[in-house]
Design a protein around this ligand. Sequence first.
Ligand SMILES: Nc1ncnc2c1ncn2[C@@H]1O[C@H](COP(=O)(O)OP(=O)(O)OP(=O)(O)O)[C@@H](O)[C@H]1O
Ligand SMILES: [Mg+2]
Length: 392
Amino acid sequence: MSAQPLNGRRVLVIGGALSDLAKGPLDGAILELGGLDRLIGVGLADADLIIIDADAWGGPALAAGIQALALCPAPPPVLMVGTHLPTAVVRNLLRIERSDVLDAPYSHENIAAAIEALLASKPANPVVAPTGDVARCWAVTGAVGGSGATTIAIEIATELCNRSDKDKSVCLIDLNLADGSAAAYLGSSPAMRLGDLGRSVDKLDVAMLQAFITPVTKQLDLLAATRDPLAFDSVPAESILRMLEVACDTYEWVVIDMPRHRRAWTVQALSGCDEILVTSELTVPALLAARSLSDEIERDISSGKKPRIVLNRLAGRMFGPAPSMAEAERALQRKAEAGISSDWEAAAASVNLGGPIATHRPKSKIVKDVQVLVRRLAAEPALRDGKASRAA
Ligand SMILES: Nc1ncnc2c1ncn2[C@@H]1O[C@H](COP(=O)(O)OP(=O)(O)OP(=O)(O)O)[C@@H](O)[C@H]1O
Ligand SMILES: [Mg+2]
């Protein structure tokens, strides 16, 4: 084993008896001692390696702990050591990617070799870090509540997946930290732990980001947090901006479901976006709000990008000579970028079934309208200069 490979690495030791390894194979590591409950939701933000002392726990408790570990989206590598290990527990452990077992008798050298092999192994399905290119990043924000920002962000992300042949090409990020609905609309479980995100600004890298990700399809990853009324106050702006930066270094496309109310990080995040879409309904208050919000964004961001207004839930009559559309544009004092048809049945069916409208109602006009929008925006040149401003 090379000299002190664990120097400065965080090792979570489950079962205190193993702390005597600190002077041997764990030399130089930052040790955290924990119980089996520490395995619930554990990820790379918590530890670089987990070592479990199987002898410290009864069979049923150990089995439950391993099961909890197996449910984690991206657990750290794990080594279990013990005497007469229960076969069922061992089999469950070995189903976890990057895991190993040592049954007694074993030496410190055996442990050191197992640790070295675990740390050297890469996850089979890592977040793809594409070639140093920076993602194209589009943000969607609503002029008024309920105007369809989340729906349109999801459909845009889905259409971008259709246009790419790479796995893990698109990341949808729900920055409505307090009460985002993207995960619920997609029928997925949010995996971003805001406490860990807040603490890990210096350490956040591609591997750690993976611990926060919910894979939705082979191509689409979701970054979303569980509801937390205090989230906007508890997560520092630097952490959000760092997360966006890492996501943009990792994916081909990043789509942000952006909260309507301004946060400490809003202007910097929007300054780094290639496109900013403001969704509005066709009501006078919504159109006036869309105009004000677009003006504010344009005034404050550094990229000089003009937000584009997307009129959502257009009823059939809007597709004629469209006096209402003309009136809308008069109220907006600018042209609308696109219109998205109204289709309540398709929108409701997809959220109730969990998944994009493009999956559950692929013939919906919403899907076609989003395709047209994405095709047009994707043909625009990417914003390159703005990327630097995303960094904290
Ligand atoms: N084009 C559409 N046709 C019919 N229904 C739609 C359409 N777009 C969105 N909806 C529905 O409108 C409701 C609000 O949409 P959504 O949650 O996407 O809006 P939002 O702007 O993200 O809301 P919030 O302000 O709560 O974040 C949802 O029930 C959604 O299914
Ligand atoms: Mg929303």
